[in-house]
Design a binder for this molecule. Structure first.
Ligand code: NAD
Length: 305
C-alpha cells in the first residue's frame, strides 16, 4: 500500500508546528498558506510547501486545516465566498479526492462544522471537526488536547494522524460540531480566567504586592489556574506579549460562544460584560498581542478612564 499524503492548509502559529510533527512521524506533508512568508517559514524548517492550494488539496489522502475563523474555513472548504484571488474556485469540496479525510482543527461554530460536513459528504469526503487546546507550546510538543466530532469510522481512520499532533484525543460524538461545543466552552472559561488574572494582579500590584511572590503562594492555593500560570509566567512576568493566542482570536471565540448561547436561548448574565471588555481591548489596539496583554489593558485603564 502506498503511504498516505497529508495536506496541511494554514501554516500559522498552530498549523506550522502541527504540520512539522506529522512530518516527524514519517508522513509526507504538503503545506499551503495564503501568506508567502508562512510558506517560506515552513520550508525553512524542512517542510514541503506548495505555491497553490489546488496542488495540496488534489494530492492529499488526509487533509488538515488550521485557519483563523469561520470565514476562512468556509472559503477553503467551499461553503463560502473565495476572496483569495490565487485560490478562487478551488476548495476542498471541489478539488478533494473521493475518500479524502478532512480534519479541521480551527475553532469555529458547530453550525460551520455541520455545513462543511454536509457539503463534503456529497463528494464522498469524510470530515471531522477537531478543534485543539494547549496553545503553541503544546502544538510544538505534539501534546495537544483534540476534541473531535464526526462519524466513528472516519475518526478511527484519522486517529493515527491525530496522535501525531496530540496526546489527549477525545471522540465526543458523531455530530461534526461536538468538538466545537467543548472547545467554545473551554474558551469561555479562558475568557473569564484571563480577565480575572488581569484584574486580580492589577489589584495586588496596586497595594504593593510582589507579583512573583504572589504567584508562588497562589500556585498552591485556590486562586491557581492553568491560565494564571500561562499568562503570568510566559507573558506578564516577562512583560512581553508576542502571541501565543491573540486577543482578537479569543474575542472571535467568545462571539462564537455567545452565538451558541443565543441559538438555544440560554441567558448567561456575565457574557455580554465579558465580551464588551475584550471588544474594547481590541479597539484599543490589543488585538494582535497575546491575550495575556489584557493585564496591560487593565493597567492602562487606570490612566485613561
Ligand atoms: P494564525 O493566524 O497564526 O494562523 C492561521 C493561518 O491561516 C495564517 O498563517 C494565515 O495566513 C492562514 N490563512 C488564512 N486564510 C487562509 C486561506 N484562505 N488559505 C490558506 N491559509 C490561510 O492563527 P493560530 O493562532 O495558528 O490559530 C489557528 C486556529 O487555531 C484558530 O482557529 C484559533 O482560534 C485556533 N487555536 C489557536 C490557539 C493558539 O494558541 N494560537 C490554540 C488553540 C486553537
Amino acid at each position: 500500500m502506498t503511504e498516505p499524503v497529508v495536506g496541511f492548509i494554514g501554516l500559522g502559529k498552530m498549523g506550522q508546528p502541527m504540520a512539522l510533527n506529522l512530518m516527524q512521524k514519517g508522513y509526507t506533508v504538503l503545506g499551503y498558506d495564503v501568506v508567502p512568508a508562512a510558506r517560506e517559514a515552513f520550508r525553512t524548517k524542512g517542510g514541503e510547501a506548495r505555491g497553490s492550494m489546488v496542488e495540496v488539496i488534489g494530492s492529499s489522502d488526509v487533509l488538515f486545516t488550521s485557519l483563523p475563523s469561520p470565514k476562512e474555513v468556509r472559503e477553503v472548504y467551499g461553503t463560502g465566498e473565495a476572496s483569495d484571488g490565487a485560490s478562487a474556485g478551488v476548495s476542498v469540496a471541489t478539488h478533494g479526492k473521493a475518500g479524502l479525510i478532512a480534519i479541521d482543527t480551527s475553532t469555529v461554530s458547530p453550525e460551520v462544522n455541520q455545513e462543511v460536513a454536509e457539503a463534503l459528504s456529497k463528494r464522498d469526503i469524510g470530515y471531522l471537526g477537531a478543534p485543539v487546546s494547549g496553545g503553541v507550546e503544546r502544538a510544538v510538543d505534539a501534546t495537544l488536547t483534540v476534541m473531535v466530532g464526526g462519524e466513528k469510522t472516519t475518526y478511527a481512520r484519522a486517529l493515527p494522524f491525530l496522535q501525531a499532533i496530540g496526546e489527549n484525543i477525545f471522540h465526543i460524538g458523531e455530530h461534526p460540531g461536538m468538538g466545537s461545543v467543548v472547545k467554545l466552552t473551554n474558551n469561555y472559561f479562558i475568557g473569564y480566567y484571563t480577565l480575572a488574572v488581569a484584574e486580580a494582579l492589577t489589584l495586588a500590584g496596586s497595594v504593593g504586592m510582589d507579583l512573583s511572590q504572589l504567584f508562588e503562594i497562589l500556585k498552591v492555593s485556590y486562586g491557581q489556574s492553568r491560565i494564571y500560570e500561562r499568562n503570568f509566567k510566559l507573558f506578564i512576568e516577562k512583560d512581553q506579549y508576542e502571541p501565543g493566542f491573540t486577543t482578537k482570536l479569543l474575542l472571535k471565540d467568545l462571539n462564537l460562544a455567545r452565538d451558541m448561547a443565543r441559538e438555544k436561548g440560554t441567558t448567561l448574565p456575565m457574557m455580554d460584560t465579558l465580551l464588551a471588555m475584550y471588544e474594547k481591548a481590541v479597539q484599543k489596539g490589543y488585538g494582535d498581542l497575546d491575550m495575556a496583554a489584557m493585564y496591560r489593558f487593565v493597567q492602562d485603564q487606570q490612566k485613561n478612564d
